[in-house]
Structures are given as C-alpha cells and as structure tokens.
Design a protein around this ligand. Structure first.
Ligand SMILES: CC(C)(COP(=O)(O)OP(=O)(O)OC[C@H]1O[C@@H](n2cnc3c(N)ncnc32)[C@H](O)[C@@H]1OP(=O)(O)O)[C@@H](O)C(=O)NCCC(=O)NCCS
Length: 164
C-alpha cells in the first residue's frame, strides 16, 4: 500500500469507509466553487466518486486522500494520469497544507520516473489553485473559453503543465 508522509499529513489510497469525510468536503459549495461538478447534494454521488477512486486502475491512476490527525481533509493526485486534481476542506485552507501535499506528490512522481509530465485544468478565477500550481513549477500552456458547463454557468480553462 502506497503511503506518503509529510510533517502534518498522511497521503494514502482511498477506502469506501472514507465516505462521510469525503462527502463533508464535496458537499461544501465553497470548496466546489471551481470544481468540474456542482457540490454533491446526495451522498450517493460522493459514493460513486469514491468508488471510482477506489477501483481506479493503478496503471493509469495515482490518486491520494489526505489525512490529518486521523481525519480525511481532502485529496490530491491524478485520478487519471497525467492530470492532477486537489481539494481541501474549507477549515484547512491557508496553512500551507496543499503545498505540503503537492511537494510530496511531485517528489513521488519524479522518483517513479514513469510519467514525464503532470497537467492541470483550472478555472482562471481559481487564484488559490493557480498560485499553488505555479509555486510548484507548473507553467501555463494555454487557455480555452467555455470548456465546462457547471449547472447554469459556462466556465473557462487555464491549462498548465509541469515537466518532471
Ligand atoms: C486550492 C487549495 C487546495 C489550496 O489549499 P491551501 O492549503 O489553502 O493552499 P496553500 O496554503 O498550500 O497555498 C498554496 C499557495 O497558494 C497561495 N494561495 C492560497 N490561497 C490563495 C488565494 N485565495 N489567493 C491567492 N493565492 C492563494 C498561497 O499563498 C500559497 O502560495 P505561496 O506558497 O507562494 O505563499 C484550496 O484552496 C482548495 O481546496 N480549493 C478548492 C478546490 C479547488 O478549487 N481545487 C482545484 C480544482 S482544479
């Protein structure tokens, strides 16, 4: 079982008994403001999402839940390589935790040496995510308007990449 440790965090594979913690994060409209889906209203939606993470083929996926003090507070990694995705519970923002998780994940990808690139697709209004990615060396590779229809809103994408 792959586990990554940082001073404050444990990154580990998802389990179905993480459902309540993951739903608490994914049902929060503030966390989900720039996500590729609307906030999860029903726990069944989070259950399907978590199931897809648990069942992901390890050959094409390298995804982690983030645990702090025994509580799952978010996720970071590639559900489908090479695209990275991440989110943290609202009460955990602004403490450098995403940066800590990002650093250990990038170090892992570098040490594996299997994939030469990580990519990201971020809403241009999502400044925290753009800053996090740029801080870790991701550079912008393009912008496209109208890529995501989320509820009533048509959203744009900034594409970024990190060569490992
Ligand atoms: C993106 C997210 C994970 C960042 O988590 P975090 O733990 O608060 O981030 P960190 O504290 O590690 O900060 C990382 C960098 O971003 C900067 N940052 C954080 N919040 C910011 C904000 N609102 N505006 C601008 N910069 C911000 C920090 O200053 C830091 O940069 P620095 O190292 O140069 O000081 C969190 O905001 C989140 O969960 N957002 C919602 C989910 C989401 O949109 N995911 C991405 C979908 S593509």
């Amino acid at each position: 079982m792959v586990e990554l440790r940082t001073p404050r965090l444990l990154l580990r594979r998802a389990r179905m008994d993480d459902l309540a913690d993951v739903h608490a994060v994914m049902s929060d409209p503030e966390v989900m403001r720039y996500w590729s889906t609307a906030p999860h209203r029903e726990i069944d939606q989070t259950e399907r999402w978590l199931r897809s993470m648990v069942d992901a083929d390890p050959a094409g996926s390298d995804d982690f839940l983030i645990e702090r003090g025994g509580r799952v507070i978010g996720k970071l990694g590639c559900w489908q390589l090479p695209e990275i995705g991440f989110q943290l519970a609202r009460d955990q923002w602004g403490q450098g935790l995403a940066s800590e998780a990002m650093a250990v994940f990038i170090a892992r990808r570098r040490s594996i040496g299997a994939s030469s690139r990580l990519t990201a697709d971020v809403d241009p209004r999502n400044l925290a995510s753009l800053e996090l990615l740029r801080r870790h060396g991701f550079v912008e590779t393009g912008r496209v308007a109208g890529t995501w229809q989320i509820g009533d809103e048509l959203c744009d994408s900034v594409y970024l990449a990190l060569d490992l």
